[in-house]
Design a protein around this ligand. Structure first.
Ligand code: AHR
Length: 664
């Protein structure tokens, strides 16, 4: 029967002029993907593909968060106003300094002091900010500039606000603020650019026209943002995230939640409200977080992409080497209460304390919430306290919110002794950073071995790398985003996760974002790269698109046979169905350098359309996308004919392919 199908398929191919590119010798078996569409082997969770986020690689500040001024509250360095410089001109002179003696409020103690000794209308000294590796200037664009300022008696009352070229020769946009007083006040202006060539060789400048002393704080410049949100997100990056069609946002995940000391954990309560009330905090990846992108901004980010938050709550443990830990018991109770407050902020109605606070912050409507993750990677805790800490959080959260699904951060890939035993977590979070080859080798069998009655699995961080492990500093020598080699490993891994959708309910790649400028990153590989002006998706980004956009709601029974024996299968696959649309998605990953013919047989359908849509991402394993070549490797959509219940398809070398079949 199988041979007959092959002959039918071959005949159909030849009649269409689609001769297969390779043939096997006599007696050799031919890869066959046999699909039984009458049998659903798993339902795919509606939250299967999502986003993991933390402040790493300038993901928020200097990344997704729209703010263009770096060190806007002068806390990045305690000795000097880094990223700020004095601007002078012939006939003008001034100095700048950090000033701790003129706090704007208790959250924002240091400020910038500008002492002007010579100035006039023609020669205006001032201060310039160099942004996050430049200020991006776009044509016909409205920027919102704001700052707090006060002036010493007799000092200048006017400030000129401008975006200009780095050396000051070209002013792209400017506006004037009048009437500074001796009290701190906020000033806001709109800067409008005209026709120009986009550039990031630009700076943001505040100038004065008279001698005297002026103080500045919370100096901000925003471009237009996604959905026009004030304090919002960068449009091109949100578009890239939207194109992934993510269904959840793990926020905030990773080490950023824990901090390098408990005092430096993600301080959700001080990330709320007006920016003037946000002190920011030391991040754990070598730079300070403004917390301008705070808890409400996470929730609105998810909302804007029709995704739901997966809320990660601090669980009483911070990162090695300090590994500070609060043991289960009374000392942990304030942290448990903090998590309950946080859940109330996300989900409570406006009659609750924290729901009312969310409404006061501008979002009366509660957010949807299904999953809460308790901590991050708690297998690092050398004391073994996680079982007790998890239990205390679990009991308190379940008592108040019984419908919430609670995630343990220690999964089946960790030693048994590290896992939670006192309670049964609803879900466990497993993290996999592996070589592309490991993913190709491990993917097919890893999840098949798992106990189907155990907790569901959230693969909350995963990525394939080439050559060097992500946390090795030597990886800094490689491009910031992965090459096609990794995308193939990622695709094999996603195919395996889809086939095991009966236990895997969510997954997300990490890290998602990277500023590609020198010094911008702490990790490699990363999914999406950018500088101030441009952004691009890596081949892995497009591989994820092929899975997140084309999976539907059900995994169909399928078997791939006829592969040559060996430790590494040349092909991997996943077959799923979108029941509502009447579409079957056959995804095949060809990791080899040869085209691969696969015979597909489709049973259990009444009819199948003769034409199919084919989406293919293919390319040399060494090649990738970059700022200068952003769409070198992207999926290509074509149509093919000759589809029937038995047909052959040739999968290109080094490719990830989706065959979209219309079948009833
Ligand atoms: O994704 C980078 C880091 O890897 C995360 O912060 C941490 O959870 C993991 O170890």
């Amino acid at each position: 029967m199988k041979r007959l199908n092959h002959f039918c398929a071959l005949a159909a191919l030849l009649s269409l002029g689609l001769a297969p590119l390779v043939t096997r010798g006599a007696g050799e078996d031919v890869p066959t993907l046999a699909i039984d569409a009458s049998q659903t082997v798993a339902h795919i969770s509606p939250l299967m593909y999502g986003m993991m986020t933390e402040e790493i690689n300038h993901s928020y500040d200097g990344g997704l968060y729209g703010e263009l001024v770096q060190n806007r509250v002068f806390k990045n360095d305690s000795t000097q106003p880094v990223h700020w410089s004095v601007v002078t001109a012939p006939g003008a002179s001034a100095t700048i300094a950090l000033d701790q003696a003129n706090p704007l409020n208790t959250n924002l103690l240091p400020c910038l002091r500008l002492d002007v000794t010579a100035a006039s209308d023609q020669a205006r000294p001032g201060v310039a900010n160099d942004g996050y590796w430049g200020i991006p200037v776009l044509a016909h664009t409205h920027y919102t500039a704001s700052f707090y300022a006060k002036a010493a008696p007799g000092a200048p009352e006017q400030v000129t606000v401008a975006i200009e070229s780095n050396e000051g020769a070209t002013v792209y946009a400017q506006a004037r603020v009048k009437a500074l007083t001796s009290e701190w006040q906020k000033y806001t202006v709109t800067l409008k650019t005209g026709g120009l060539m986009p550039t990031d060789k630009a700076r943001f400048v505040l100038r004065v026209n008279q001698p005297g002393t002026v103080w500045f704080n919370l100096v901000s410049l925003f471009p237009p943002t996604w959905h026009h949100r004030p304090n919002g997100n960068r449009i091109d990056l949100m578009q890239k995230l939207d194109d992934m069609q993510p269904t959840f946002l793990r926020c905030p995940g990773g080490n950023f939640l824990e901090g390098d000391a408990i005092v430096n954990r993600f301080p959700w309560k001080t990330t709320l409200g007006d920016l003037v009330t946000r002190p920011g905090h030391p991040g754990c990846w070598g730079y300070r977080a403004t917390d301008g992108l705070g808890l409400l901004e996470f929730l609105e980010w998810a909302e804007d992409l029709h995704a739901q938050p997966v809320l990660a709550v601090f669980a009483g443990y911070s990162l090695p080497p300090k590994s500070e830990m609060i043991p289960a018991g009374p000392a942990l109770q304030p942290y448990v209460q903090d998590a309950l407050d946080e859940i109330e902020y996300v989900t409570g109605d406006t009659t609750t304390t924290w729901g009312a606070r969310r409404a006061a912050d501008g979002h009366p409507q509660p957010f949807p919430l299904t999953y809460v993750e308790i901590g991050n990677e708690d297998w690092f805790d050398p004391s073994g306290s996680y079982d007790g800490r998890f239990t205390q959080f679990y009991d308190a959260i379940k008592a108040k919110y019984p419908r919430l699904q609670l995630i343990s951060t220690v999964g089946n890939e960790q030693p048994e002794a590290k896992r939670v035993h006192s309670r049964i977590p609803d879900v466990v979070d497993e993290h996999y950073y592996r070589s592309a080859r490991d993913f190709e080798q491990d993917g097919p069998t890893r999840f098949e071995k798992y106990d189907r009655k155990g907790p569901k699995i959230f693969v909350g961080e995963w990525a394939a790398y080439e050559k060097i492990v992500p946390w090795d500093r030597a990886s800094g020598k490689l491009p910031p985003t992965p090459a096609m080699r990794s995308a193939l490993g990622d695709a094999a891994w996603m195919a395996a996760m889809e086939r095991n959708a009966d236990i895997i309910v969510m997954n997300c790649y990490a890290p998602m974002l990277v500023n590609v400028n020198p010094g911008g990153r702490q990790w490699r590989p990363n999914l999406i790269g950018y500088d101030a002006l441009h952004s691009f998706g890596s081949p892995s980004y497009y591989a994820i698109q092929l899975f997140s956009r084309y999976h539907g709601d059900a995994v169909l029974k399928a078997a791939l046979t006829g592969l040559p024996a060996g430790e590494l299968a040349p092909l991997d696959y996943s077959v799923t169905r979108d029941t509502a649309k009447g579409l079957i998605y056959v995804k095949v990953v060809n990791i080899t350098a040869q085209p691969q013919i696969v015979y597909l047989t489709l049973n259990g359908v009444a009819s199948i359309a003769g034409k199919a849509t084919v989406v293919t991402l293919a390319g040399d394993p060494e090649e990738t996308n970059s700022i200068n070549d952003p769409v070198h490797l992207v999926p290509v959509t074509t149509k093919r004919a000759g589809v029937s219940s038995s047909f052959a398809h040739t999968f290109a070398p080094h490719s990830i392919t989706v065959l979209e079949l219309k079948a009833k």
